[in-house]
Design a protein around this ligand. Structure first.
Ligand SMILES: O=C(O)CCC(=O)C(=O)O
Ligand SMILES: [Fe+2]
Length: 283
């Protein structure tokens, strides 16, 4: 069922297929708010290498991970079961490391190759994001470069971040959430998952910002290693005069029985401080 409401879009031969891809992206973003990207240029080996780096980091003792503590002012650093959700009133059962250009990085002694591998992974995420954002800009009647420049992670005022996430294995998780229902505050999120590490549930087709997904039906989206799950965030919803939908999603573990650990990686395009966030209708 999830496959039907979350279209799979190929970025193959992007230069020549731009118009067709733009049409597919617009339809997915207006209708569901979610889509998956394939033929995007990051190989499964590269994705697995980034997950291996992530696993090495989360496998370190807490005092080593804590050398880069989460800083609430910049939102960079390591947090452990600390993200309080408005939707659940409880903290998500996960740990994560938030990284930005020029933030602190785990050292090569603690995780060999961490920074080099992760920066090159982020650069690839930026390339894919730039392609998708240029399509959305054209579809919305903005200059082709508008959203790419406004989210350019090479600029010092850009808020774009990569988040490595680890949900520890759990037993009988009823009453707790790996990630409570939320929308992403940023522009566009690229999410990487691994085969068999399910848990993501999505709520496509949101009409407005205000209903907070109460009483809505969530659909599980099985985890696969290659395709990137993309969702529209609140910034892009605003940038599009609410045409593109920033939709609710959450991550759950099994109410009864064992849920294996889940690792995910999210690349959040989050705009630049110096840009006015306004759609073509000047909302
Ligand atoms: O881990 C996931 O699959 C979802 C993560 C997420 O939604 C977030 O960090 O905003
Ligand atoms: Fe999210």
């Amino acid at each position: 069922m999830a496959e039907r409401i979350v279209p799979e879009i190929s970025l193959k031969d992007f230069g020549n297929r731009r118009e067709e891809i733009t049409k597919q992206l617009l339809e997915a973003a207006e209708y569901a708010g979610f889509f998956t990207l394939v033929d995007h240029g990051i190989s499964e080996e590269e994705i697995e290498s980034q997950f291996a780096i992530s696993k090495s980091y989360f496998g370190l003792p807490a005092d080593v991970k804590g050398k880069i503590p989460h800083d609430t002012k910049t939102n960079n650093g390591w947090e452990y079961k600390a993200q309080l959700r408005a939707s659940t009133g409880t903290c998500d059962q996960k740990e994560s490391l938030w990284l930005r250009r020029n933030s602190q990085w785990p050292s090569d002694e603690d995780v060999p190759g961490f920074r080099e591998t992760t920066e090159s992974f982020m650069a690839k995420c930026a390339e894919i994001s730039a392609q998708v954002l240029s399509c959305f800009a054209v579809a919305l009647g903005l200059p082709e470069d508008h959203l790419r420049v406004a989210n350019d992670p090479t600029q010092p005022d850009c808020l774009t971040q990569l988040r490595l996430i680890h949900y520890p294995a759990s037993e009988n998780a009823v009453g707790s959430w790996r990630a409570g229902s939320h929308t992403d505050i940023g522009c566009l999120t690229l999410l990487f998952q691994r085969d068999g590490e399910d848990g993501l549930e999505i709520c496509p087709g949101r009409e407005t910002h205000s209903s907070f997904a109460m009483g809505d039906t969530f659909t599980p989206l099985p985890a696969k290693t290659g395709p990137i799950v993309v969702n529209i965030g609140d910034m892009l919803m605003a940038w599009s005069d609410d045409r593109l939908k920033s939709n609710f999603h959450r991550v759950r573990a099994k109410d009864v029985g064992t849920s294996p650990a889940r690792y995910s990686i999210a690349y959040f395009n989050q705009g630049r401080r110096d840009f006015v966030l306004q759609g073509p209708k000047k909302k």
